[in-house]
Design a protein around this ligand. Structure first.
Ligand SMILES: Cc1cc2nc3c(=O)[nH]c(=O)nc-3n(C[C@H](O)[C@H](O)[C@H](O)COP(=O)(O)OP(=O)(O)OC[C@H]3O[C@@H](n4cnc5c(N)ncnc54)[C@H](O)[C@@H]3O)c2cc1C
Length: 290
C-alpha cells in the first residue's frame, strides 16, 4: 500500500521546523527516523497533509555529559546510544535497552526522540527514562519547557506535546556513587517487542540501604508506567530476599497488562513478577560494586 499524498519538508534548522509546525498546525506531522511513522502512513492508519522531516536538523544528534547530566539530543539514533562507550560504561541500563530494540536497520534510523514521543507502551526507552528520572526538554515557538519522563506519555500513543512542539533533548541526572541499574526484557524472539520488561535503577547509602529507586515498566499497561509504590517501598530498606519478593509483588500490582498476541494478562503479570525480582537483585549487585 502507498500512503496518502502529503507535502514533504526537510528543514535543517530548528527555527525553520518550528515555523513550519506553527504554519500547518494539526495538519503537520513530525518525522525523525520514520521507523514508526512510515509504516503507519503506508498502511493508511494515519495520514497528514504535511510531513516535516526533522532528521536533518543540525545539532540534535549528540551525546554529551557534564557534572549534572547526560544529555542526549532527540535525533540521536538508537544505534549511536547502543554503541556509545560513555553510555556503556556509565549508563548500563540505557545501553542494555538500546541494544535490544528491534534490529540493526531500525536502530540505525530510529531515534531516541521518536522512540519516546511515539507513546507506544511497548517501546523500550520510556521505561528507562522513567527509572533514570530523566527530564525531557521540549521546544516550541514560545520557548522551552521541561517535562519529567514519567509524565510525558499520557496514554497509548499520546503525549503531552502541544501542537507546534518538538521533543528536543533528554537529560539524565548523573548517578551518584553506589548506583546501579539494569533493563530486563522478556521477549518471544530476538528483535521483538517485549512480553514484559522492566527498568530498575538503585542508589545506595554507605550502609547499602536504598537511598533512591527508579522503576519503569514496558508493555504491561496502556502506557509506559512508573512503579512509584514499589520505589517508595524500597527506599530506606536493605535488600534481602523478602524485601525483593514484596517489592516485586508491588510492581505487579502497579501494572495493568492486557491479553494480546504476546500472552494473557495473567501470564504477563507472572513474567513481570519474575523479572522484577531479577532486576532488583541485579541492580543491587551492580550498585554494590565498589
Ligand atoms: C519491526 C519493528 C520492530 C520494532 N521493535 C521495537 C522494540 O523492540 N523496541 C522499541 O522500543 N521499539 C521498537 N520499534 C520501534 C522503533 O524503535 C521506533 O520506531 C523508533 O525508535 C521511533 O523513532 P523514529 O525516529 O523512527 O520515530 P518516527 O517514526 O519518525 O516518529 C514516531 C512518532 O514520534 C513523533 N516524533 C518523532 N520525533 C519526535 C520529536 N523529536 N519530537 C516530537 N515528536 C516526535 C512522530 O511525529 C511520530 O508520531 C520497532 C519498530 C519496528 C518497525
Amino acid at each position: 500500500m502507498h500512503p496518502s499524498s502529503f507535502e514533504y519538508f526537510a528543514p535543517t534548522k530548528m527555527e525553520e521546523a518550528l515555523e513550519l509546525l506553527s504554519k500547518y498546525g494539526e495538519d503537520a506531522k513530525i518525522m525523525s527516523g520514520g521507523q514508526s511513522l512510515i509504516p503507519l502512513l503506508k498502511l493508511r492508519i494515519a495520514s497528514f497533509p504535511y510531513v516535516i522531516d526533522i532528521s536533518g536538523v543540525q545539532g540534535l544528534n549528540r551525546i554529551t555529559e557534564n557534572k549534572e547530566f547526560l544529555e542526549i539530543g532527540a535525533l540521536t539514533t538508537i544505534s549511536s546510544i547502543a554503541d556509545s562507550e560513555l553510555i556503556k560504561k556509565r549508563y548500563q541500563i540505557l545501553h542494555e535497552a538500546a541494544g535490544q530494540i528491534a534490529d540493526p536497520l531500525i536502530r540505525n534510523r530510529g531515534t531516541i526522540g521518536g522512540n519516546i514521543s511515539h507513546g507506544d507502551p511497548s517501546n523500550d526507552i520510556p521505561a528507562v527514562a522513567i527509572a533514570l528520572k530523566a527530564n525531557l526538554e521540549v521546544i516550541g515557538k514560545e520557548g522551552k519547557r521541561i517535562v519529567e519522563a514519567h509524565s510525558f506519555v499520557t496514554d497509548s500513543f499520546t503525549n503531552v506535546l502541544k501542537v507546534g512542539e518538538i521533543l528536543n533533548k533528554i537529560r539524565i541526572p548523573v548517578a551518584p556513587d553506589n548506583s546501579g541499574g539494569c533493563y530486563i526484557k522478556q521477549k518471544k524472539s530476538a528483535g521483538d517487542f517485549s512480553v514484559a520488561a522492566i527498568a530498575v535503577q538503585l542508589s545506595l547509602h554507605d550502609n547499602d540501604s536504598v537511598k533512591s529507586a527508579g522503576i519503569g515498566l514496558t508493555s504491561v499497561a496502556p502506557k509506559p508506567t512508573r512503579a512509584m509504590k514499589a520505589e517508595r517501598f524500597l527506599e530506606g530498606k536493605k535488600i534481602n530476599d523478602s524485601v525483593v519478593r514484596e517489592a516485586a509483588k508491588i510492581v505487579v500490582s502497579e501494572s495493568d497488562p492486557s491479553t494480546d498476541f504476546y500472552g494473557s494478562s495473567e501470564f504477563k503479570r507472572k513474567v513481570l513478577g519474575k523479572i522484577a525480582e531479577e532486576a532488583i537483585n541485579l541492580s543491587f549487585e551492580r550498585a554494590t560494586v565498589r
